[in-house]
Design a protein around this ligand. Structure first.
Ligand code: UDX
Ligand code: UDX
Length: 436
């Protein structure tokens, strides 16, 4: 059992701290947001993540997990300090390091005993060295001994607890092999493959992994667009491709493309790092361009099907960037809604978890209480996020409620339900519209 302080209680930090406590460690989760910590102390989750509320409650009750805003309290006899705060994109794509800087300076200020600092956040390659220099700079010669270990996260929102408990691998990087091995021991109970390498390589593994996953999706979306012009079915193409062990079936779902707080910022950050060192990231640029273009294609498809968007009502099902999360960061749905509103359309939407945040982000958005309410008087219906509850709707009621008959299935979840036989004009992403 180790004593761990996790700094940052967002989608990454809160899951990481809670899961560490669930496998037996003593964890203090620290955040500068007092309201968030007060909520957590009252058992109220600041984010939606399936299963999180229960696992937090269990471990708080077992006395293994607590919350604080105080660095002295959080770092008191902690053997490890995990940094899990945001590294959002700056305008030019560079990772914004202001929060990491704030945390490292606070650690330096309150460091009174030897500790291992672990970078869980996704940080630019070279950050590990920079953290060590900053600690010494802030603390001067009487700095207690410390080491820095990179331990990037591979958590998917919506399945983050499972991804922590059953990782494909734990990646660790450090100049201090012994420190890396001590961090490896924290994960012992998971019996997962552990890879120990150097700091920069560990930091790069995270960026390269996310960029590759994003590239797969942009690849299948480009294939989808080509399928549309050639009358092939991209879902079947993906199925046939995926049977090749070298390709594999996952991350080949064509649709509106990727969003969230990770892929967009990580691909941009990697491209920025490359470009500023003269390594011309042509493929990464294309991956981002194709992804952005998918959102525009959706608007164009609606424009073509409706003749014009001016004054038309478009119903949107799903607002979060993917199912099983309330996260709307860079969500394709919101981008598309902004473009629809700019074209003079009226937009009404429903999402199981992300309605409030979306309304705050786009005040002109009309919220509806159910998918059937969203269909009311709509000229067109857009499926933006493939929540399970949207997968088998009663399309007779949808048809009755709608004013028009256009369905744009942004994630191809209704393909094969023969909606054209119910009188709909069904449009997918890379799949033949049955009318042809
Ligand atoms: C973020 C990135 O999304 C992810 O890619 C990266 O790997 C880790 O950081 P996330 O959990 O989504 O992960 O961050 P976010 O939801 O923004 O939460 C960050 C938390 O850190 C917030 O609660 C914020 O209040 C807190 N924080 C920020 C601090 O406690 N101290 C600070 O100095 C700054
Ligand atoms: C991702 C990585 O998977 C995870 O390892 C990393 O730690 C954080 O970033 P996340 O962004 O939470 O996780 O979700 P993920 O399930 O990877 O989906 C990312 C985006 O790709 C979503 O917008 C999703 O809708 C989209 N996607 C995913 C597709 O469009 N097609 C697919 O086949 C898969």
């Amino acid at each position: 059992m180790a004593k761990i302080c996790v700094i940052g209680t967002g989608y990454v930090g809160l899951v990481t701290g809670t899961c560490f406590s669930d496998i037996g460690h003593q964890v203090t989760c620290l955040d500068i947001d007092k309201h968030r910590i007060d909520q957590l102390k009252n058992g109220v989750m600041p984010i939606y993540e399936p299963g999180l509320e229960q696992i937090v409650e269990q471990n708080v009750n077992a006395g293994r997990l607590k919350f604080t805003t105080s660095y002295p309290e959080g770092l008191q006899d902690a053997e490890f300090a995990f940094i899990a705060v945001g590294t959002p994109s700056s305008d030019d794509g560079e990772a914004d390091m202001q929060y990491i800087t704030m945390v490292v300076e606070s650690i330096a200020q309150h460091l009174s005993h030897p500790i291992i600092i672990v970078n869980k956040s996704t940080v630019p390659v070279g950050t590990g060295d920079w953290v060590a220099e900053l600690i010494v700079e802030k603390n001067g010669q009487n700095t207690p001994s410390f080491s820095v270990v990179s331990n990037p996260e591979f958590l998917r929102e919506g399945s983050a607890i499972n991804d922590f408990m059953q990782p494909d691998r734990v990646v660790l990087g450090s100049t201090d092999l012994e420190a890396a091995q001590q961090v490896a021991e924290l994960y012992q109970a998971l019996r997962a493959p552990i890879m120990i390498t150097d700091l920069r390589t560990a930091e790069m593994i995270k960026y390269a992994s996310n960029a590759f996953l994003a590239a797969r999706i942009s690849f299948i979306n480009e294939i989808a667009n080509i399928c549309e012009s050639l009358g092939a079915d991209v879902r079947e193409v993906a199925r046939g491709m995926g049977m090749d062990k070298r390709i594999g079936p996952s991350f080949l779902d064509a649709g509106l493309g990727w969003g969230g707080s990770c892929f967009p910022k990580d691909v941009k950050a990697l491209a920025y790092m490359a470009a500023t060192r003269g390594a011309h990231p042509q493929l990464l640029q294309a991956v981002m361009d194709i992804n952005q273009n998918q959102r525009k294609r959706a608007v164009t498809k609606l424009q073509k099907a409706l003749g014009s968007l001016e004054g038309k009502t478009v119903g949107v099902l799903g607002l979060s960037f993917k199912p099983n999360t309330d996260d709307i960061r860079d969500a394709p749905a919101l981008d598309i809604i902004r473009m629809l509103l700019e074209s003079g359309a009226i937009v009404q939407a429903f999402d199981p978890q992300a309605m409030q945040a979306s309304k705050e982000a786009i005040p002109a958005l009309v919220l509806r209480e159910s998918p059937y309410e969203v269909a009311k008087d709509a000229n067109a219906l857009l499926l933006a996020t493939e929540w399970n509850e949207f997968k088998s709707l009663d399309f007779d009621i949808i048809k009755e409620n709608m004013r028009g008959n256009v369905i744009l299935d942004g994630r191809n979840i209704w393909y094969g339900q023969n909606l054209h036989e119910k009188g709909f004009t069904y449009i997918g992403m890379g799949v033949p519209s049955a009318q042809e």
